[in-house]
Design a binder for this molecule. Structure first.
Ligand code: CDP
Ligand code: MG
Length: 706
């Protein structure tokens, strides 16, 4: 720790921070930005006037970095040094260095717009360009005007893109912390691999057998690949002749790993033993693993993309950018000269890779962010004129406005409503927040709380490879979910109801651990759901100023098996995620977005009637594009609940919603016409790939102009 590059610049950093409200700090990954900057400022007294906040785009990083800092300072985590991530707050009255996700800081600013408790705000990992960090940058810009003398803002970045950030903050000073990187030799493959898992495996074993000691870091795209490669590596290592090479241990590293597994990666390696660390891009910049000498770069990353015109998500495996490739290579030269094996040719690096990753703001749904910005009670913030480092497209802003209008969060003039304000207080996506508010009116809040909580852990409930959304899972797509026979099936009403029933059964066992195990449910996930539910319930209590009596209502359960109130509330919350069954088909067409054909995801428990027909109307939690467009987590709703939504859609005037900003080129999208004649005329299904390509081209051309 003593020789971390950043520590040699302590005086310089303090001087510049003293003299300027905003400072950009650029330093190689591993130079000590995340762990040391806060301590440097602590040493020089910045915590006397407030707390030092350090934001992280990733939950894992907030937890792991705060743990490390607590350790270095010799204090207990959660006391002087703590962290806060969604649904988990480990801070106390004593906390003076607080690591938190960028999303949590955004939420805090709702109740305290000037963030008065903080004397310093460090936006860490700004190069990651997460949606929330991008929005925080805009907020900081106005906050430093308001709190010029009492707030210091530091923005850290691992790449030279920091220059752009400096421009954004009126040419604020940029401190470059030269890293002590050792040279890294870069080796390219002659051609693109057929299977990057197989190629990585081969390369890794090759290094292990032929190269001197030093850990190997392998970049994979996601948890599934990681699990596959880990077990293939373990097999292969077992089969090597005893004594032919040193011992080896294989460690996975990804965002959804339980904390005790993560610790293994950061604890010192055993003597005379080579570590294989198989990681997602989390190891690119946000977590540093010491001891790495060899890097294997598959050249791919898994990226979630959102298409604002169809409301469809896809989890695509895409090529990394050159910035990412260089970051990956850099991991090999931290302790001594290293080697980076790129599993792709130099020509691909030069000609095919984008310069930089497309910022999240340009590939996400913005409904939550737009609602957030609208709910900031600030006269000088107009969302559509909001100062973004890279502006999102008009299309995605309009998509967000439309969704918010359909769930009554904004009125037809685009002004936030009372409902919208309440929604913003809930740490949930707008659809679920809206559902809870409606459920509060319809006496089914306890059930809705359970559904929201279960949805937030749903991906981690089932052991083994998680429910898949990637393109490699075509086979799994086909299989129906085999609910163990004892688990309820949602009575045919759909997945939300099933999640509710599962939780209620568990509740009746008094939250028995054995029950989870018997039913093949992850204990950790269920316990987390219970905790999330409790927190959401507390927030709802606060919102209703204590007038809710959730306990009492909880006893008065909906005895009717049709869950009518709950489904009706879900229909209100998911108003923009409504789909109508196609005549003569068991396929659906979406109504809230550009009309397109979708199917119910095979994992759904939604049931057909006696004639083999699925319900006429359903709402869905998300649309994902895997082998084909699917609705995931689906709930049957009734026609009379869908009708008002359809009327609202007919009246929808996006131009008015957005305050008329768009004397736009795209006049045809201003008024959305969902007249019935389209029922049998769905038109071509939107091609997500070409849209993403188009988004990339827009991004590139914008970059080019700058
Ligand atoms: O933020 P930046 O990439 O500049 O570096 P950092 O995260 O502050 O890491 C500095 C050093 O702290 C790394 O080289 C790691 O050795 C160590 N560290 C650790 O051991 N465990 C962590 N959870 C975080 C950092
Ligand atoms: Mg860092």
């Amino acid at each position: 720790m003593a020789n971390l590059p950043i520590l040699q610049f302590e005086d310089k950093i303090l001087q510049v921070v003293n003299e300027n409200p905003v400072v950009v700090v650029i330093g190689e990954t591993g130079s000590g930005k995340s762990t040391q900057l806060s301590q440097i400022l602590l040493r020089s007294g910045y915590t006397k006037s407030g707390i030092i906040a350090v934001t992280q785009p990733r939950r894992v990083a907030a937890v792991s970095v705060s743990r490390r800092v607590a350790q270095e300072l010799g204090v207990r985590l959660g006391e002087d040094v703590g962290y806060a991530i969604r649904f988990e707050d480990r801070t106390s009255e004593r906390t003076c260095i607080k690591y938190l996700t960028d999303g949590v800081l955004l939420r805090e600013s709702l109740s305290d717009p000037e963030l008065k408790q903080y004397s310093v705000i460090i936006l860490d990992e700004a190069h990651e360009r997460s949606l929330n960090t991008d929005i925080l940058m805009g907020l900081m810009k106005r906050l430093i005007k308001l709190r010029a003398s009492t707030l210091k803002v530091l923005i850290t970045s691992a790449t030279l893109d920091g220059e752009k950030v400096s421009n954004f903050f009126s040419e604020c000073p940029v401190l470059n912390v030269p890293g002590k990187l050792f040279p890294v030799e870069i080796l390219y493959s002659a051609e693109q691999p057929k299977s990057y898992i197989e190629s990585s495996l081969k390369k890794a074993i090759d290094i292990h057998v032929n190269e001197p000691e030093g850990d190997i870091l392998i970049f994979m795209t996601g948890q599934d690949d990681i699990e596959k490669l880990v077990s293939r590596l373990e097999e292969k290592i077992q089969s090597l002749e005893v004594g032919s090479c040193m011992d080896a241990v294989v460690l996975p590293l990804h965002g959804s790993m339980p904390p005790e597994m993560q610790v293994r990666v950061f604890s010192p390696p055993p003597k005379n033993c080579r570590r294989f660390i198989v990681a997602t891009n989390i190891a690119e910049t946000s977590l540093t693993v010491d001891g790495v000498v060899y890097v294997i770069d598959s050249g791919y990353v898994k990226q979630r993309q959102y298409n604002p015109s169809t409301g469809m998500y896809s989890l695509d495996i895409v090529q990394i950018s050159r910035v990412q490739a260089n970051q990956r290579a850099g991991r090999a030269g931290r302790t001594r000269p290293g080697k980076c094996y790129r599993l792709y040719p130099l020509a691909v690096y030069n000609d095919n890779l984008l310069d930089a990753t497309v910022p999240e703001i340009q590939r996400s749904s913005l409904a939550g962010s737009v609602l957030y910005l609208k709910s900031l009670d600030l006269p000088d913030i107009d969302i559509l004129k909001f100062d973004f480092l890279d502006a999102p497209s008009h299309e995605s802003l309009q998509d967000a406005l439309k969704q918010l209008f359909l769930i009554d969060a904004i009125d037809e003039n685009g002004t936030i409503t009372a409902i919208g304000k309440t929604m913003a207080e809930l740490p949930l996506e707008p659809s679920l927040a809206r559902t809870l508010i409606e459920a509060n009116e319809y006496d089914c809040l306890p059930q809705a709380l359970t559904v929201a909580a279960m949805l937030s852990v749903e991906g981690t409930l089932h052991p083994g490879p998680s429910k898949n959304t990637d393109k490699n899972s075509k086979n799994r797509d086909k299989k129906r979910k085999h609910a163990p026979s004892d688990l309820p099936d949602g009575l045919g009403w759909g997945d939300h109801i099933q999640l509710l029933q599962i939780y209620e059964l568990w509740d009746q066992t008094d939250y028995s651990i054995d029950w989870c195990k018997d039913n093949n449910l992850q204990v950790r996930g269920m316990l987390f759901a219970k905790d999330v539910r409790k927190q959401l319930s507390q927030i709802m209590q606060k919102i209703a100023k204590g007038s809710l009596d959730i306990r009492r209502k909880e006893r008065k359960r909906d005895r009717k098996p049709d869950y009518k109130n709950l489904r009706k509330c879900l229909c209100v919350g998911y108003a923009s995620q409504l789909a109508e069954r196609m005549m003569r088909h068991n396929g659906y067409r979406t109504l809230g977005f550009k009309s397109q054909l979708v199917q119910v995801h095979p994992s759904s428990v939604l049931r057909t009637d006696d004639e083999g027909m699925l319900p006429n109307y359903v709402v869905y939690h998300e649309l994902i594009s895997t082998s084909r467009p699917y609705m995931r987590n689906v709930c049957e709703v009734e026609m009379q609940w869908a009708t008002p939504i359809l009327h609202k859609l007919e009246k929808l005037n996006v131009k008015k919603l957005s305050g008329g900003i768009n004397q736009s080129e795209e006049k045809k999208t201003e008024i959305l016409d969902f007249s019935k004649k389209e029922v049998n005329d769905v038109g071509p299904i939107d091609d997500a790939d070409s849209r993403i390509q188009a988004a990339r081209e827009r991004f590139l051309s914008r970059k080019g102009k700058k």
